[in-house]
Design a protein around this ligand. Structure first.
Ligand code: 6GU
Length: 263
């Protein structure tokens, strides 16, 4: 997977990406990263790439021409026209499914805006995908681009070791991940759940599945509506509605669950 990033802050992208698992994958050649500084394509001679918005209003707008020149120079060098992801809170919300889909591409270009955004005309010309990472506002597209590149990278063969490979992780089967424990067996008076020490793999798997169901119910109940629940899952969820449960549910959780199980 080859990543290309059009940005005013290439050092931010490089510092972030050349670290940890993604950094290792770049060093080993499973991923490549090329940044392009849009400021190098200023057309005014003084390095300016922004100007006032037509129609007035706060902030500045990144001009079409420097962005377009940065893009054209890049595609000239790589000799193809990959998808161009423009990071914007007005885009489709990023998801694991989008990450899986983008991981099938050989090359991806990310265009990071700043200030109040980028002149619409160049977006019409070059952007193929408009993506947001959630409903909050950030100062620029660099962090969202890095979020997307990190998540896509995990699905590129070779990037994760077998140990790190994400078979059992959150969202794989539409549920949140179960809790994890490591040594020591007792930490500040808190014990590791007994079942995990039992060596009984069937019981461990069932406990983990139940914990995933419970966590999903508590933090992201809407995910349960889409998850594939089997008979044992439903039986566990049903048991949560019974009296004297140690995992006492709130009234909201109970009524959500009752409705879910009635379907
Ligand atoms: Cl993609 N960009 C910016 N500036 N803010 C955001 C975002 C993107 N996604 C959520 N907030």
């Amino acid at each position: 997977m080859n990543y290309y990033v059009l940005t005013l802050f290439p050092e931010m992208i490089e510092n972030g990406m050349n670290t940890s698992i993604v950094g290792r994958a770049i060093a080993k050649g499973y991923l490549s990263l090329t940044t392009v500084n849009i400021r190098d394509y200023s057309v005014t001679g003084n390095g300016r790439i922004d100007d006032y918005p037509y129609g007035g209003g706060a902030g500045m707008v990144m001009q079409a021409e420097p962005v377009c020149r940065a893009y054209e120079d890049l595609i000239g060098r790589i000799g193809k026209r990959p998808r161009v992801v423009y990071l914007t809170p007005q885009g489709r919300v990023f998801s694991q499914q989008m990450a899986r889909e983008l991981a099938r591409e050989e090359d991806l270009i990310f265009l990071c805006g700043h200030y109040e955004g980028v002149d619409e005309r160049v977006l019409e010309e070059i952007a193929t995908d408009f993506v947001s990472i959630g409903d909050y506002v950030l100062t620029g597209g660099e962090l969202p681009a890095m979020v997307m590149m990190d998540s896509v990278a995990r699905m590129v063969p070779g990037v994760l070791s077998n140990q790190e490979s994400g078979q059992n992780e959150s969202f794989q089967d539409g549920l949140l991940e179960y809790p994890q424990y490591s040594r020591p067996e007792e930490w500040r008076g808190k014990l590791v759940p007994q079942v995990l020490l039992s060596g009984h793999h069937g019981n461990v798997d069932r406990w983990r599945r139940d914990q995933s169901l419970l966590r999903t119910l508590r933090s992201r109940p809407e995910l349960l509506e889409r998850a594939a629940l089997d008979k044992k899952d439903r039986k566990y969820l049903q048991s949560l509605l019974e009296e004297g449960q140690e995992t006492a549910l709130t009234d909201d959780e109970k009524s959500f669950l009752a409705k879910l199980l009635a379907i």
